[in-house]
Design a protein around this ligand. Structure first.
Ligand code: MN
Ligand code: MN
Length: 288
């Protein structure tokens, strides 16, 4: 049955037009607010926030945003779930390494506050997620990487072997003019350090991970951000065992896909990247 159309008066039509534009403006603002909420205005989260909220009841997935990087802190584990940071040449300067590691003073009351001595004599090194060498313009920036919320129990051989090799490659890429978005974290429970296998260390019972993973997204130049990411963007994803005997290994032996890391961690990485692009870059290993 055909419904007879009512003739629309010109004034009514104009009113309707005004309402339509008003409502579409509201819609655009709402979208902007949502995407703002997803990255909390942090440059370190422009590719997406895998989880986490800055709500202190969220003790095992608590978002800490610093000028230098962003962290999802896990109060049960005493380590990050992940740390995310931008890297380009503007973060790299010449300051000396910070003199000491420190407890993170920004954690809410009642949270587990890990201290540097939790790691002393444990057989595991204090492994930086955001590398000290990635924040060397000011002493303040560099010392921020020495806060214990940026540190995980990492074997010396992992830290000074394949992990360092990928850190050096990332820094070289940044110095050559690229812009990198990096996210890294510990995975699983139980690693083998200089004093044998451990599931936790220190008075604060810091969880020792069984591996450490990292995702490095490499864009052509600083400032292009999401506009610079395509199905051809180079992404390096690795998952490295937290064990001994790997110091001479290359990071290339531990290449994996973002898809695989998403399966292992349960996170959706690069979640603000358009879906078709995510599908492409998350499925391939670097070099394939
Ligand atoms: Mn390190
Ligand atoms: Mn994803």
């Amino acid at each position: 049955m055909a419904i007879p159309e009512k003739p629309v008066k010109p004034t009514k039509y104009l009113n309707r037009l005004k309402w339509t534009s008003f409502l579409s403006c509201l819609f655009v603002l709402a979208i902007a607010a949502t995407s703002q909420a997803r990255n909390y205005g942090s440059i370190h989260l422009v590719m997406g926030t895998p989880s986490s909220t800055p709500d202190s009841t969220n003790r095992d997935d608590f978002l800490l945003i610093k000028r230098q990087y962003a962290v999802s802190y896990n109060s049960t584990k005493g380590t990050a779930n992940w740390v995310s940071w931008q890297l380009n040449a503007s973060w790299i300067g010449a300051v000396d390494r910070c003199k000491s590691f420190s407890p993170d003073p920004t954690l809410p009351r009642g949270f587990k506050v890990v201290t540097p001595t939790d790691y002393t004599g444990s057989g595991f090194s204090r492994g930086h997620m955001t590398r000290s060498g990635d924040r060397t313009v000011t002493a303040t920036d560099n010392c921020a990487t020495f806060l214990m919320t940026n540190i995980v129990p990492q074997t010396q051989e992992n830290n000074e072997g394949p992990w360092l090799e990928l850190e050096n490659l990332s820094k070289d890429l940044a110095l050559s003019g690229k812009e990198l978005y990096i996210i890294a974290g510990p995975l699983g429970v139980g690693g083998t350090g200089l004093k044998g296998e451990k599931t936790q260390i220190g008075k604060n019972e810091v969880t020792v991970p069984s591996s450490l993973w990292k995702i490095v997204v490499i864009l052509d130049k600083p400032g292009i951000r999401m506009k610079g990411i395509t199905a051809k963007t180079r992404v390096i994803a690795v998952n490295m065992p937290n064990t001994l005997g790997i110091k001479a290994s290359s990071y290339k032996e531990y290449l994996t896909t973002v898809d695989e890391l998403e399966k292992l961690t349960g996170y959706d990485f690069l979640s603000d990247v358009p879906k078709e692009v995510q599908d492409a870059i998350e499925a391939k290993k670097d070099g394939e």
